[in-house]
Structure formats: C-alpha cells, structure tokens
Design a protein around this ligand. Structure first.
Ligand code: KG4
Ligand code: ZN
Length: 335
C-alpha cells in the first residue's frame, strides 16, 4: 500500500510517499522562507504562488526517488485545513487531479492530526489513550485521545500560538524570520534563570495558555534595560523567555495526563523541535513515570509524511473524501 501525501497549508511545499502507513519512501520539503523573510511573516499570496511553481516538480522528484510511478499509488492524502486557504487549495487541486487520473481514493487530512501522527512514523503506534500537546506556528493545544481519530480538546491558547510567540520575540531580538530555530540556538549559550519572565496561566487551574503577555514582558525588559543604559545579554533573554514558555507547557501537559490518567504523552508541531522543550518534557516524563514521545526533528515541522500516515490509516478504515471536498482554513480536530 503506497500513500501519496501532499501538504501545502502554510509556507512549506511538501510531498511524501509512505508505504503501509508507516515506512517513509520519500519525504521532500521545499521551504519558502527566503520569499517571506523581508516581510517578517508568511504572505498568503506569495505562499500560494510558490506552491503552484514548486509542487509538480517536487511530486515528480518524490516518485523518482522512491522508484514509484503514479500507477503504483493506492491512495492520495492531502491537508484540507487548518491553514491558509489559497495555499491549501494548491495542494488539494493537485491531490484531486492525481486521484482522478489514477483512480485511487482521495482522503482529506487535518494538519493537526498530522502533527500528532508524526510520532507514529518514528515510534510505532502505542495503544491509546494519549494526551497530545500540539505546538506550532498557528496552534497551541492539549488534546485527549481516548480512541484513535477521536479528539477532545482540553485547552488551548487564548491569544498567540507558541511558535508565534517564539517568532515575535525572535524578531524583538533581531533574529529574522522564522525566529524559533534561531532563538533556540541563541538560548543554548544563555542562562534560563537570568530574567524571571511571567509564567502566564501557570496557576489558572485549567489547561489553557496565554502567550501575548510574555512577549510584552520581554519588550518591556529590553526597553527598561536600554533606558537604564545597561547592556543586555541576548542569549540570557532568549534562554529566560524560552524557559518561561517551556515551564508552562511542561506543567500543563503533565497536569493533563494526570487529570485523564493516561501514561503516554505525544508531542507534535514545529515548536517540538525546540531543544529545551524536548529536554524538559523528557525529564518530566521520567520523573512522573509517563512515556513522552516526540518525532525526530524533520517530522516536527511541517511535512507530508505525517499527512500520508493519517491518510493511510483513515483509508484503511474505509474512509474516502469526495472530489469536491473543500479547503477549510479553520478546520477543527474531529471529536
Ligand atoms: O508546525 P510548523 O512547522 O508549522 C505550523 O503548522 O505552524 O511550526 C512552525 C513554528 C514556527 O513558529 C517556528 O518558529 C517554530 O515552529 N519552531 C521552533 C523551532 N523550530 C520551529 N520554535 C522553537 N524552537 C525551535 N527549534
Ligand atoms: Zn504545522
């Protein structure tokens, strides 16, 4: 069983071929960061155009790399949301064309479920229940999964997503776009206890998050230090900011696992590439007797292998999407 995965929800054009739902035969990603950098964020129109130009050659290359041709495909999985509507449409048009031309079934996939499933490509599929923390550029949420494909959202961010907070603070520190990876690298040389930034909602008693106050606190700190004529250690600020975010994420994820009495935690999304988050979650797991799984770095950020993995599982259950399925920029996780 070969499943083609296509992912174009944001600024990565991604194509993958996955065998039997878990063996990656090809996993290609064309990044567009250089096109968006000068704007300091993803420009939807620019992203959609770049997908149009990149997708077909990338698809050809993936097939070539895996030694597969269109005739060998058993299914086509594509991200239908959440994401930028113009960007999603490019991947969906391609997926529908391949499905129609090859007579193989089409399956629409939720990008967030993809981030959760990236774990299964790397670690096999432990039995549910799980609690999943999804932290990306657009989302920050805790999800209880009692049964595969059924999601109960336990809490989410009330304002900025974690990745957004990383990107905005990276910008304050002059690190360019997207700033998460650069901030992570800068923080390795800093002291996480140098500045005590607020742990927003740490004691709110629920599983929601708030990130915008932290960004403002960093801005205030930088201004105050500047006004006082003191030299700021950027690595210290980066490490301290990162620690504040990670502290709350670790605490709330462990709290969610305990509340739902699950012993497996799945981490997914671009922010899971963060060195400190991985370290602290692994530590918390061994301290609390919880199994903490996270994908390898290249499967944390957006990719199409995770989309193919979800698609293959859903196709195996007999699910199909019709050729007129629409993109849904605000798609929620199915309950
Ligand atoms: O999941 P993803 O690739 O795309 C979305 O679905 O949004 O996540 C991208 C986000 C960006 O905000 C990026 O800055 C952040 O993930 N990110 C990181 C790291 N690598 C990527 N944030 C912190 N540390 C990292 N190492
Ligand atoms: Zn993503």
């Amino acid at each position: 069983m070969i499943t083609l995965g296509i992912e174009t929800s944001c600024d990565e054009t991604a194509v993958a071929l996955v065998e039997d739902g878990s063996e990656i035969r090809a996993n290609l990603i064309a990044r567009q960061e250089h096109l968006h950098e000068r704007y300091g964020g993803v420009v939807p129109e620019v992203a959609a155009r770049a997908h149009v130009e990149t997708l077909n050659p990338l698809l050809e290359r993936a097939l070539h790399e895996a030694g597969i041709d269109f005739g060998n495909l058993d299914g086509v999985a594509v991200t239908v949301g959440p994401g930028l509507v113009g960007a999603l449409l490019v991947g969906m048009a391609a997926a529908k064309a391949v499905s129609l031309a090859t007579g193989t079934p089409l399956i629409g996939v939720n990008h967030l479920e993809g981030h959760i499933w990236a774990n299964f490509l790397a670690h096999g599929k432990p039995d549910p229940p799980y609690v999943a923390l999804v932290v990306s550029g657009g989302h920050t949420m805790l999800v209880h999964i009692e049964e595969v494909h059924h999601h109960e959202v336990l809490g989410q961010t009330l304002d900025d997503a974690a990745g957004e907070a990383f990107d905005k603070v990276a910008r304050l520190l002059g690190l360019g776009f997207p700033g998460g990876p650069a901030l992570d690298a800068l923080a390795t040389g800093g002291d996480p206890a140098a500045v005590r930034f607020p742990r927003a909602m740490a004691d709110s008693g629920d599983l929601d998050f708030s990130m915008s106050g932290l960004k403002t606190a960093v801005l205030r700190y930088l201004r105050a230090e500047q006004a006082a004529g003191r030299e700021v250690s950027l690595p210290d600020v980066a490490a301290s900011f990162q620690e504040a975010i990670v502290d709350v994420q670790v605490a709330k994820t462990v709290a969610a696992a305990k509340e739902r009495a699950v012993d497996t935690i799945l981490l997914g999304g671009g922010v899971v590439a963060n060195t400190r988050l991985r370290e602290r979650m692994a530590e918390a797991g061994s301290r609390e007797g919880l199994r903490v799984l996270f994908p390898p770095l290249d499967l944390c950020t957006d990719n199409a292998a995770m989309i193919a993995a979800v698609g293959a599982a859903r196709l195996a259950l007999g699910e199909r999407s019709s050729l007129d399925i629409a993109a849904d920029p605000n798609l929620r996780l199915a309950t």
